[in-house]
Design a binder for this molecule. Structure first.
Ligand SMILES: Cc1cc2nc3c(=O)[nH]c(=O)nc-3n(C[C@H](O)[C@H](O)[C@H](O)COP(=O)(O)OP(=O)(O)OC[C@H]3O[C@@H](n4cnc5c(N)ncnc54)[C@H](O)[C@@H]3O)c2cc1C
Length: 562
C-alpha cells in the first residue's frame, strides 16, 4: 500500500496549490484525481482532435482576475515552472442593439472616454463607480488571503494603504450606515443609482451576475467588484490557456517529489479510531495518510458520498442533515459551447476592430435580459428565447491556441441543471443531445445577429450540456463554484460556520477548493489558506512564530513604503 504524509482528493488548481505549499515545507504528498488529466475547472484540452486538430480549448475557466489579488503566483514562483500571464486590454466589449457599444479598457480613464462618446454623464459616473468598488476591493483583499477565523493572519495582511482603502469606504463620517446599505442592495439597485444608459448598465449587470445570481438579488451588490478587478490588478490569461496554470503547478509539485495519480476516483475515506487515515479509490486500491487528508471537493460531497453515515454522525450528529438541507445550490449551471473557427467574428455594425475581441465579449442587451438569464435557471427554465452570452475569442490574444490564421470561440451560457417537468435525458435532468444542440443553435444565432460571418466560419463545434458538465466536474447540480457564492455562504459561513476554517470534526480531515473561503474562480487562495491551517495544526509553535515574523516584516515594509 502507498503511504504519504498527506493525501489530497482531487487535483484541481486549489488541490495542486495546497500540495505545493505543503511539499515546500517538507511533507510527502499525493493527489488522487478522478479524470485522466489534472486541473478540474482549469484545463485546456484538444476537444475535437478528429474534426479540428490543433485547436486548444479551455473547457471551463478562461479569464483570471482573482489570482492576481493574492500572492500564489509570486510565492510559488510559477513563472519559473512555465506560467506566463498575458494581460488583456480591452477587457470587455459589449455591442448594443442600437449600435452603441460598451468598451472597457484596462485604464479607467480610457474607458470613460469610450463611454463619453455616447453618454458624457455616465462616463463621469463610471469613474466614481469604479473608484468606490476598487477601494473596497483593496480594503477587503487581505481577508481573502487568510483563513476567515485566523485574526492574526488577516491583520498581518493589512498594510497602511490597504487599511486606508478600507477606512475610506467604511468610515467616512456620517456614511458608515450608508456603506452597509450599499452592500445590502442588489447590483441592479446600485447600477440604477449611478447610470442612465442601458448600454452601460447591462454589461455591468452581466459581470456582477457572474457571482451566480440575478442582478436583482438583494445583499449581493458586491458583485460590482467584478469589473473593478478588470481595471486593477487586471484580467489575464495564461499563454497556452488556463491549462498552462495547471501545468506550471504540476511541474512544481512533481519537481518537489509530489505524486499525482489520475484516473483515481476516490470512493471512500478510511477512518480508524475517529481519524481519517486513508483513501480507497474505485477498483479497490488503497492509499494511507499519516498526517492528514485534504479534500479539493466540497464538504457536501465529502461527508455525504465518501464517508459512512455512522462515521459522520459519530463526529457531529447534525452535520449530514445540515449539509444536505442547509447548503444552497440554486440549479444554475452552464451549457458550454466551443467552436473551431476559420476566422474571427466581425462585429460589422459596431465599428469592428479585432482588438475589441481581446477581452470578454458580452451579449447583454438589457438588465432585464440578464435578469432572465439568471432567474430562469433557478426555476428549471432555459433562458434561450433571447440569450445573454459570455463569449471569448482567446486566439486573438494568444494565437498559439489554434492553427495559423484560425481561431477558437469559448461560450458560456447559463442554464438550469434540472429542467422543469422533465425526467428524461442524462441523469433524469431533461438534457438530451437533441436539446443541447437546439439550445446551442439559438445561442449561436443570437451571436450571429451581431457577427454575421460567425456561422460560415465554424469548422467544428463541441457542446456540453449542464448534465455532462456536472458529471465531468462531479459537483452537485454542476455548480461551477461547488456551492453558491451568495453572501450567507461566504467568508466564515462557507460552506457552513462549523466547517469554515478548512477543518472538520473528523480528525485529520481538511477541506479546500471552491467550496471553501473565499470561494470559486481561479485564485489558488483556498489552497494556500488551507495549507496554512494544516501547518498551524501540525506545527503550531513554529508556524505562529513564522507568521508573526512575516507580519512584522510586512508592517515595517509598509511603513517605509507609506
Ligand atoms: C464553464 C465554466 C467556466 C468558468 N469560467 C471561469 C473564468 O473564466 N474565470 C474564473 O476565475 N473561474 C471560472 N470558472 C470557475 C472555476 O473554473 C472554478 O471555480 C475553479 O476551477 C475551481 O477550482 P478548484 O480547484 O477549487 O475545484 P475543481 O477545479 O472543481 O477541482 C476539483 C477536482 O476534484 C476532482 N474530483 C471530483 N470528485 C473526485 C473524486 N471522487 N475523486 C477524485 N477526484 C475527484 C475533479 O475532477 C477536479 O479535478 C468557470 C467554471 C466553469 C464550469
Amino acid at each position: 500500500m502507498h503511504s504519504y504524509d498527506i493525501l489530497i482528493i482531487g487535483a484541481g488548481h486549489n488541490g495542486l496549490t495546497c500540495a505545493a505549499y505543503l511539499l515546500k515545507e517538507g511533507y510527502t504528498v499525493a493527489l488522487l484525481e478522478k479524470r485522466p488529466v489534472p486541473g478540474g475547472g482549469a484545463t485546456t484540452e484538444e476537444l475535437m482532435p478528429q474534426d479540428a486538430p490543433g485547436f486548444q480549448f479551455n473547457r471551463c475557466a478562461i479569464d483570471h482576475e482573482f489570482i492576481h489579488l493574492g500572492p500564489v503566483v509570486k510565492e510559488l514562483e510559477l513563472e519559473k515552472y512555465g506560467l506566463e500571464y498575458l494581460y488583456c486590454d480591452p477587457v470587455v466589449f459589449c455591442p448594443h442593439p442600437d449600435g452603441k457599444y460598451f468598451l472597457a479598457r484596462k485604464s479607467v480613464e480610457a474607458t470613460c472616454a469610450e463611454i463619453a462618446r455616447f453618454s458624457p454623464r455616465d462616463a463621469k459616473k463610471y469613474a466614481e463607480f469604479i473608484d468606490f468598488w476598487q477601494r473596497l476591493l483593496k480594503g477587503i483583499t487581505p481577508m481573502f488571503n487568510a483563513p476567515p477565523k485566523s485574526v492574526i493572519d488577516i491583520l498581518g495582511n493589512y498594510d497602511l494603504s490597504k487599511l486606508k482603502d478600507l477606512l475610506s469606504v467604511m468610515a467616512v463620517p456620517g456614511r458608515t450606515l450608508d456603506f452597509f446599505r450599499t452592500l445590502l442592495s442588489s447590483s441592479e439597485d446600485i447600477l440604477n443609482e449611478y447610470f442612465d444608459s442601458e448600454f452601460v448598465k447591462a454589461p455591468l449587470a452581466r459581470l456582477a451576475a457572474e457571482m451566480g445570481a440575478p442582478p436583482s438579488q438583494k445583499n449581493l451588490a458586491l458583485g460590482a467588484i467584478m469589473l473593478g478587478m478588470r481595471h486593477d490588478p487586471g484580467m489575464a490569461r495564461p499563454r497556452g490557456g488556463t491549462g498552462a496554470l495547471t501545468q506550471a503547478l504540476v511541474n512544481l509539485v512533481t519537481s518537489l517529489g509530489g505524486k499525482i495519480f489520475t484516473d483515481q476516483s476516490v470512493e471512500k475515506i478510511l477512518i480508524d479510531d475517529d481519524r481519517a487515515v486513508g483513501i480507497r479509490v474505485t477498483g479497490g486500491q488503497e492509499y494511507r495518510a499519516t498526517k492528514g487528508i485534504i479534500s479539493n471537493i466540497d464538504a457536501k460531497r465529502v461527508f455525504l458520498q465518501l464517508l459512512e453515515p455512522s462515521e459522520v454522525d459519530d463526529a457531529d450528529n447534525n452535520l449530514r442533515e445540515r449539509l444536505d438541507r442547509r447548503i444552497v445550490n440554486n440549479n444554475e449551471t452552464i451549457l458550454k459551447i466551443d467552436c473551431a473557427l476559420s476566422e474571427a467574428p466581425k462585429f460589422t455594425n459596431h465599428e469592428h476592430k479585432d482588438e475589441y475581441l481581446i477581452g470578454s465579449l458580452l451579449i447583454a442587451d438589457s438588465v432585464k435580459q440578464v435578469e432572465i438569464a439568471h432567474s430562469d435557471p433557478a426555476i428549471g427554465r432555459i433562458p434561450d428565447a433571447d440569450p445573454s452570452i459570455y463569449a471569448v475569442v482567446p486566439t486573438v490574444r494568444d494565437p498559439s491556441m489554434a492553427p495559423p490564421g484560425c481561431h477558437t470561440l469559448w461560450i458560456e451560457f447559463f442554464a438550469p441543471y434540472q429542467i422543469e417537468n422533465r425526467q428524461d435525458g442524462l441523469n433524469g435532468t431533461g438534457w438530451t443531445d437533441t436539446l443541447k444542440n437546439q439550445v446551442a443553435d439559438r445561442v449561436l444565432d443570437k451571436l450571429a445577429d451581431y457577427a454575421p460571418n460567425l456561422k460560415q466560419s465554424i469548422i467544428a463545434r463541441h457542446v456540453e450540456s449542464p448534465a455532462e458538465l456536472g458529471d465531468r466536474l462531479g459537483s452537485y447540480k454542476g455548480n461551477y463554484y461547488h456551492i453558491d457564492m451568495t453572501l450567507e455562504q461566504m467568508i466564515f459561513f462557507r460552506p457552513l460556520p462549523e466547517l469554515a476554517n478548512y477543518k472538520t470534526p473528523i480528525k485529520g480531515l481538511y477541506l479546500t477548493g471552491a467550496g471553501t473561503h473565499p470561494g470559486g474562480s481561479i485564485s489558488g487562495m483556498p489552497g494556500r489558506n488551507c495549507a496554512r491551517v494544516f501547518l498551524h495544526e501540525d506545527r503550531p509553535i513554529a508556524q505562529t512564530l513564522k507568521d508573526a515574523g512575516d507580519s512584522f516584516q510586512a508592517a515595517i515594509e509598509s511603513l517605509f513604503r507609506g
